[in-house]
Each structure stands twice: as structure tokens, then as C-alpha cells.
Design a protein around this ligand. Structure first.
Ligand SMILES: Nc1nc2c(ncn2[C@@H]2O[C@H](COP(=O)(O)OP(=O)(O)OP(=O)(O)O)[C@@H](O)[C@H]2O)c(=O)[nH]1
Ligand SMILES: [Mg+2]
Length: 409
């Protein structure tokens, strides 16, 4: 069923209605083929279970490291917040974090970033520190340094490993290193060479202090999308179990076109489950084929796409503030239905339009007048929901790319 996304990707009902209905028809055919031996009710209930599990999947990320290294700023960057935004983790030049503080993700309360107290100092004991911060509740640790890697980083890493948890080294504030080097050696300055030297030096320090094969990522919290962020994201994606990977990816702000593309693909992979649940929830009591989708489920999913791509009013207002632009300027590039134009009534009309169109296509293609079997009704509902969701997701993802571009202008 995952392969369905290849059929509908990029086909728009407004600009290419013929292509859209052809794709929807193929979705219908795949559905009928897939369930010709039955089993659709079981598949729908399994899909519902999967969606619920996903909704309840939690991710707890511990951010630790030196005092003042940029832990709180990193947490804010991952939550898409600036230091002055409401709900941002406190950051600044004086020591601010003295006990673990949980920061729930603004759109994904299941993703919690934990701001841990700074490490190091005289008599730092990693074992006691990890007990104090309650290490078992975290899925992985990010150890942040902003200058040199020291023995306390290595001690902590080894202790985390002993506790059978994962850690990643992040070297923050590379913007400062680059600016300093440029100022000191303007004639010979080459950005990539400087970055490579910092990376190698950090790895060597850690290896010398007994951490084999350390992975080091260079970042700046002021430009979180640059330097090694994508590499860090890919590494986490590879290491995390499937569901947590999905949740982590969707929780990321729209940091780069690549991340947005990944979000879209991840969501596409789940559309068939939503469409299946939607098609089956009301299939029997509703008399009209084209109305047999559950509007509520589709509506809730569409609103969620909006949030996941940062197009809801709150996210747009925040982005406008950070970009120093009026929110209307960002909203002007959004073409997918938003606010009042995305209502249940509008969605219902869309379902009727697509459902009726599809029913006609099926009747013409298969000479079934009228389509009567329960399986065929479910297939029509499924193809209708799937095509609407897929079309909407494409538009939302496209809009999010445009909004990001506009904000960066
Ligand atoms: N240039 C630059 N400055 C940064 C970066 N990240 C954080 N800072 C600054 O570094 C200082 C400390 O940042 P915080 O995020 O408060 O660091 P912290 O590790 O949470 O500090 P404590 O909670 O006190 O241990 C602040 O003045 C930040 O503005 C960065 O990537 N680049
Ligand atoms: Mg802090």
C-alpha cells in the first residue's frame, strides 16, 4: 500500500483534473486488487492501531554539556524558537540551568527536549550526575561543547555508554570560530578547511581520552540549518527506531528544503492508513457512496499537516516575527486552503466532487452500473480520501517551501 504515493504525487485536481482522476482510479484498482481475498476490516483496524501507536510514541532527548556551551539555545533552535519567543528555554551569559527542565515541543507534546545542568567543574562525577538527572528517562543524549572537548565530555560519554544509552557530540558556536579565524587570518581563510580542522581536533581529543569512533557534529545555534545539522539529523534518523524516527522528523522546524521533503515523504507513507480508517469507519450506515468517508478523520489529518509544515497561524506569526516581516506577506504565498476556507463543509464538498467523479470513472471503466458491492464502496471511499489527502499534502508542502523562501528573502 505504501507504493500508492507514487501514483498521486504531484497530480493536482485543479490544474490537471484528468490526471487526478486517472490516478484516483488506479488507487481504487490497487485497493480492489489488494483486498480481493478479503481482510479489509482487519487491515483497517490494524491501520487504526498503528496510527494510535504513532500518536502515543514519545521521544525524550537529553541535552547536556559544559556550562554556557549553548544547550538552551540548541533546544530553542530545535523547537523553532528564538530566545525571546514565549516558552523559549532561558539562555544567556550567566549560568541559567541548574536542574533538568523539560521543554515540550510546541506542536508535538510527545517530543520533550530536556535541558540538563552543565557538566564539568572540579570533582565532576559522571555517574552521580547521570543518577541526578534521572538518565533512564532519555532516549539519547546530545553532549554539547563550545570550545575544547575535555576529559569530562569523554567521562560522561563512557558512562552513558555503560548505561547502554546513545550519545552524540555536538560542537556549538562554530560561527564564532569561523569569524575569529577570518579576522586573524584573512589571507588564508577557507571556511571548509577551518571546519575540518575543528572536526578532526575534536575527534582526536575524544579518541585520546578513550572514546572510540566518536561522531562529532559542528553547529551554530544561530544558523541551525547549516554546517553538520543535516548529517546529525540523518544519523539520528538511522539510529532511532521506526516510530521515533517519524516523530522526530515531523517535530523538526522547516530548517531546510531537504528536511521538508523528508517530512512530506514520511507523511505520504502513512496516508493509506488514514484513508483506510476513514473509508471503513462509516461504510455501512451511509447510503451514498461518495459520502462514505469520515470527514472528521480527514479534517483532523489536514489540520495536522498544517501544523507539521508550520503553516498554522501561530507558526506563521512566529516565523514572521523572527524574519521581521508582516505575517500577511508570508500568508500571501500560501495557496492551499487555510483558515476559514479549510472547513468541514468545504471538505465535504470536495469529497462529494471527487467521490462522484471517481464513481463515474469506475462505472465507465468497469461497466458497473451502479457500483454496489461493499468492497467497491469502500474502495471508492478509500481512493477518494487518499487522493484528497495526497493532493492536500503536496500543496501544503509546496506552500511551506514558498513560505520559508519568502521568510529568508
Ligand atoms: N555565537 C554563538 N553564540 C551562541 C551559540 N549558542 C549559544 N550562544 C550564546 O552563548 C551563551 C550561552 O548560551 P546558552 O544557550 O544559555 O548556554 P547553556 O549551555 O544553556 O548555558 P547554562 O544553562 O548556563 O549552562 C548565550 O549568550 C548565547 O547567546 C552559537 O551557536 N553561536
Ligand atoms: Mg541553559
Amino acid at each position: 500500500m505504501e507504493s500508492l504515493s507514487a501514483l498521486t504525487k504531484g497530480i493536482d485536481i485543479e490544474s490537471d483534473p484528468k490526471g487526478f482522476f486517472n490516478a484516483a482510479l488506479q488507487v481504487y484498482e490497487k485497493f480492489m486488487e489488494f483486498f480481493k481475498e478479503g481482510g479489509q476490516a482487519e487491515a483497517a483496524s490494524k491501520a487504526q492501531e498503528d496510527l494510535e501507536t504513532l500518536e502515543n510514541t514519545k521521544l525524550n532527548i537529553a541535552v547536556t554539556g559544559d556550562v554556557g556551551s549553548g544547550k538552551s539555545s540548541f533546544i530553542n533552535a530545535l523547537r523553532g524558537l528564538g530566545a525571546e519567543d514565549p516558552g523559549a528555554a532561558q539562555s544567556g551569559v550567566i549560568e541559567t540551568t541548574t536542574e533538568p527542565i523539560a521543554y515540550l515541543h510546541p506542536s508535538y507534546p510527545n517530543v520533550t527536549l530536556w535541558d540538563l545542568p552543565g557538566i564539568g567543574g572540579m570533582g565532576f562525577r559522571p555517574e552521580r550526575y547521570l543518577q541526578q538527572v534521572n538518565f533512564s528517562r532519555y532516549d539519547f543524549f546530545i553532549i554539547i561543547a563550545s570550545e575544547r572537548f575535555r576529559s569530562s565530555h569523554a567521562d560522561l560519554a563512557r558512562e552513558i555508554q555503560r548505561m547502554e544509552k546513545k550519545f552524540y557530540f555536538v560542537r556549538c558556536k562554530v560561527d564564532e570560530d569561523l569569524a575569529n579565524t577570518r579576522r586573524a587570518r584573512p589571507q588564508t581563510y577557507v571556511e571548509e578547511d577551518v571546519l575540518q580542522r575543528i572536526r578532526e581536533n575534536a575527534r582526536k581529543c575524544l579518541v585520546d581520552q578513550g572514546v572510540p569512533y566518536p561522531q562529532v557534529f559542528l553547529l551554530s545555534n544561530w544558523e541551525i540549518h547549516r554546517y553538520d545539522f543535516l548529517l546529525l539529523e540523518e544519523t539520528l534518523e538511522k539510529d532511532l527506531p521506526h516510530l521515533q524516527r517519524h516523530v522526530f522528523l515531523l517535530s523538526l522546524p522547516n530548517l531546510s528544503p531537504e528536511i521538508m521533503e523528508k517530512k512530506k515523504s514520511a507523511l505520504h507513507g502513512h496516508l493509506w492508513k488514514i484513508a483506510l480508517v476513514s473509508a471503513f469507519i462509516n461504510i455501512l450506515p451511509l447510503p451514498r457512496v461518495s459520502l462514505a468517508c469520515d470527514v472528521g478523520i480527514l479534517f483532523v489529518s489536514m489540520i495536522a499537516f498544517y501544523k507539521q509544515f508550520g503553516l498554522d497561524d501561530g507558526s506563521l506569526a512566529k516565523l514572521a516575527r523572527q524574519a521581521g516581516k508582516p505575517v500577511a506577506e508570508l500568508k500571501a504565498v500560501v495557496i492551499s486552503p487555510q483558515g476559514e476556507t479549510l472547513s468541514r463543509d468545504v471538505l465535504m464538498k470536495k469529497i462529494v466532487q471527487v467521490g462522484c467523479g471517481l464513481t463515474r470513472s469506475v462505472e465507465q471503466s468497469f461497466d458497473l452500473v451502479p457500483v454496489i458491492s461493499t468492497l467497491a464502496k469502500a474502495g471508492l471511499s478509500f481512493a477518494t480520501s487518499y487522493s484528497i489527502l495526497s493532493n492536500f499534502l503536496e500543496k501544503v508542502a509546496e506552500d511551506a517551501q514558498k513560505v520559508r523562501k519568502k521568510a529568508l528573502e
